[in-house]
Ligand binder design. Structure first.
Ligand code: RB5
Length: 149
């Protein structure tokens, strides 16, 4: 079973807690990198810890939650080897796995209802990368990561 690293800022804290419970109920191991309350804080701090855990192989996937999911997604995609996808529905979640091999899911607590958010998480965790022509494209992303200005 996969280990999932989770993180949020204050705006994403309530949904992050619900996602944690959902993951545990499905048998996943969860590494929670905070935050621990709705007190105001800064989303890059938590995106950083989750992405480092995925880079180190301590978790196979990461889930990040902020108000919109946008700040988390921008930050996560700065990390080499991280392919973070902001998903607003199950279709985006499915395609981010099948075509993009996304290893970090970003969600917006202020955008999604809880039921939809958990459904997105479930689809995202249960969809495999298709490979084939998509592997070539993911490899091209890896080459972009090596470009020097
Ligand atoms: C916090 O107010 C909000 O800016 C943050 O959670 C997130 O939506 C940023 O992208």
């Amino acid at each position: 079973m996969l280990t999932i690293a989770v993180g949020s800022d204050h705006a994403g804290f309530p949904l992050k807690e619900r996602i944690k419970g959902f993951l545990v109920s499905k048998g996943y191991a969860v590494l929670d990198f905070g935050t621990t309350s709705t007190d105001s804080t800064d989303y890059p701090l938590f995106a950083k810890e989750v992405c480092l855990a995925v880079q180190r192989g301590e978790a196979q996937r990461g889930i990040l939650v902020c108000g919109t999911g946008i700040g988390m997604c921008i930050t996560a995609n700065k990390f080499k080897g991280i392919r973070a996808a902001l998903c607003l529905n199950e279709y985006m979640a499915r395609m981010s796995r099948k075509h993009n091999d996304a290893n970090v899911l970003c969600l917006g607590d202020r955008i999604l209802g809880e039921e939809l958010a958990l459904s997105i998480v479930e689809v995202w965790l249960n969809t495999d990368f298709e490979g084939g022509r998509h592997e070539r494209r993911v490899q091209l992303i890896r080459e972009v990561e090596e470009l020097k200005p």
